[in-house]
Design a protein around this ligand. Sequence first.
Ligand code: PRP
Length: 210
Amino acid sequence: MEKSKVRIALTKGRIEDKAVNLLEKIGYDVSELRNKGRRLILSIPNENIEVVLAKAADVITYVEHGVCDLGVVGKDTIMEHGGKFFEIADLGFGKCKFALAVKNGSKFYDGCGVKTVATKYPAVTRNFFESKGIDVDIVKIEGSVELAPLVGLSDGIVDIVETGTTLKENGLEVYDDVAYISARLIVNTVSMKLKQERISEIVRLIEENL
Ligand code: PRP
């Protein structure tokens, strides 16, 4: 009997290679994924698995809507975006952290004026400062957030720190840790019930190969 079809959404970019390596380790034929060109839908032969490549937030959208059964996405996007799905495994790669960073030597928590924080992640930033009971103004930035304090737009930033190189090369430093991040496996809530056997098999293989 043919295995029931499963569609997996992978986040394009930084964690894509590691996700493909994991699928290969499981024993899947990932040749289409390695030679994808500009194609966005790839298949894993003999497994009846289709893999789609999307931006992180879209991975969540596709899984939430049930057009993809499984997704691989960073905890950063999950924390910012939220949504209705099951987060079932920490894949252990794509490790980095959310941090509050400031210009070297600057004392963000000192003084009583309301500080301004620039970030690509306003929800994460709001939750972090709310949990600390600190009132801040948040400015949404689309990228290269490190620029904001350097040109005087903000007192600090909440951003992803991986190696710390971007902060260092721009005279910034971590002032406080916000949250640890890694790639996660997410599952559509209905798929979890309707394709339970197939999904459990894939999840078991993934967990055995982490
Ligand atoms: C991310 C993040 C930092 C950088 C951190 O940016 O926003 O800028 O990587 O990495 P590091 O600690 O290893 O230097 P990304 O490259 O995703 O692009 P962006 O600046 O456009 O957000």
